[in-house]
Design a protein around this ligand. Structure first.
Ligand code: CO
Length: 491
């Protein structure tokens, strides 16, 4: 029996829009339930906020300019702010009232192929992730350096080279991982990729707090290393364990010609490489037991991975949980993203790879057939073995649909719980926030911005992380388009 989808496409598509307002500290109350008083800190979200200029739509929402949404939970209640990142490109296009740059995902400047050919400038749109590092908030976009923002006002301070760590225009991943203290003090571990026929990964580890004893300051670079690998690297995400930084190089090829000639965006020139071999690139962390050793290269299973859930070590084995697609998903030049047929696109499925480091043998196991994305663990279990995962899933048990529900999965028993926003709600990336002083891995809350198709606006939903029971719902006076990543900064 085929189970039909339960959503209305118009509800899903209504979240693709321009954000026309910037709010500054608007007080919110719970429309339902009670906001937990121990929940103190700020939820930051990033995602595309501008989808259209001069009547022209972006070709893909990932080409939309970054807008930060902040929900501050304090003793006086919750306050909402949102602000566009004042990137150079955003400012110039705001003035011009039209697109002046090509987008990586296929947005072209007006004027057809001739106007786009040989224009290889990148527009840093700062739209992928937002994290707190030291006294600044970083709006991240993986192909260039971060934009620094004021964590309270969200005002853009400008491009940052992180105190000279980066060169101008240097790639800096949008997927930092936060080591909760594997080998001492907590760290932010991240990377940048320089691609070519050989690709170089620069692995960087930063302090996340001041240490008066050693004089180390939050945001200071503690270690780095560079490793080169043959082939074009497309690395959106990675994973860490106490000893390893884990990269999965998909079997993918990049043919830049249509991009150079003005026919396609750069990301539309990526395609699965028939007969290619995916590889795990395991780079030893400097704080771990294999510091200074060469990377390990191990054959990885077929499929395409954007995001990892987590990784950890078990004796001689390295366990890596990731969301696999059967193939690299791309939106061709003739397609409108708002009318895509979900049935024709492969869904993301959570799988576990167990790598035997002695033999190089990899065993895989699928956790579930339900389409998922944006999977996360308790931040205190990052890089360590864990029992629970929370993720955005489709409402149907099988098939590819928009993400409408939150799932809590027990990785050991397979037991699952679901909270659903269907039929008119569409979820974004859930974040797990541990309760202060909690000892249980699932003791805390799950925070999720939900597109409410009935209101054509966004709700913040707070769930109990253990039971997925609804704790509170805040109806925002703001329409936040389907977004990308975000983080929680405790008070
Ligand atoms: Co991502």
């Amino acid at each position: 029996m085929t189970v039909l989808p339960v959503y209305d496409r118009a509800d899903w598509a209504s979240a693709f829009r321009n954000v026309e307002v910037e709010l500054n500290g608007v007080a919110l109350t719970a429309a339902r339930g009670t906001i937990p008083p121990e929940l103190q800190g700020t939820l930051y979200r990033n995602g595309p906020g501008r989808m259209e200029r001069g009547g022209q739509w972006v070709h893909h929402p990932f080409d939309g300019d970054g807008m930060i949404t902040a929900l501050r939970f304090g003793p006086e209640g919750v306050q909402l702010s949102n602000r566009f990142v004042r990137t150079e490109g955003w400012q110039a296009e705001e003035q011009a009232g039209k697109f002046l740059y090509r987008g990586v995902f296929g947005t072209q400047k007006p004027g057809g192929v001739a106007a786009n050919a040989f224009d290889l400038r990148l527009k840093n749109i700062a739209n992928t992730h937002v994290v707190r590092l030291g006294d600044q908030l970083l709006a991240l976009w993986e192909a260039a350096e971060p934009y620094a923002l004021d964590p309270d006002t969200l005002e853009t301070r400008g491009l940052t080279l992180l105190d000279g760590v980066l060169k101008k225009g240097e790639a800096f991943s949008a997927h930092p991982r936060f080591d909760p203290g594997h080998n001492g003090a907590p760290r932010m571990v991240t990377f940048g990729v320089k691609t070519g026929p050989r690709s170089t990964i620069r692995l960087m580890e930063f302090a996340v707090a001041d240490d008066p004893a050693s004089g180390v300051k939050a945001g200071q670079l503690l270690s780095e290393r560079r490793d080169s690998f043959s082939g074009f690297a497309f690395l959106h995400d990675f994973a860490i364990t106490p000893n390893w930084a884990v990269f999965l190089q998909n079997a993918i090829a990049f043919n830049p010609l249509p991009y150079v000639l003005g026919q396609k965006g750069a990301a539309q020139c990526l395609a699965s490489q028939p007969g290619g071999q995916a590889k795990f690139w395991l780079i030893p962390r400097d704080s771990g037991a294999f510091a200074g050793q060469k990377p390990r290269l191990i054959d990885a299973p077929d499929g395409f991975v954007f995001h990892h859930l987590n990784a950890w070590e078990e004796g001689d084995q390295l366990v890596v949980d990731s969301i696999y697609y059967a193939d690299f998903p791309s939106i061709g030049p003739e397609q409108d993203f708002r009318t895509i047929d979900f049935e024709l696109i492969d869904e993301g499925l959570l799988e576990q790879c167990r790598i035997d480091l002695a033999s190089g043998v990899v065993q895989t196991q699928r956790y579930s057939e339900r389409c998922c994305e944006f999977a996360t663990v308790n931040p205190n279990r990052e890089g360590l073995s864990c029992q629970f995962a929370w993720m955005a899933v489709a409402e149907r048990e099988q098939g590819n649909d928009p993400l409408q529900a939150i799932k809590k999965l027990d990785l050991q028993s397979g037991e699952r719980r679901i909270w659903s926003a269907a039929p008119r709600g569409f979820v974004s990336e859930p974040l797990m926030v541990p309760r202060p002083g909690a000892t249980g891995e699932d003791d805390g809350w799950v925070l999720c911005l939900v597109w409410n198709g009935a209101r054509c606006a966004s709700d913040l939903v707070i769930l109990d992380a253990a039971s997925l029971a609804e704790v509170a719902v805040l109806e925002l006076p703001l329409a936040v388009p389907h977004g990308l990543h975000g983080s929680w900064a405790p008070a």
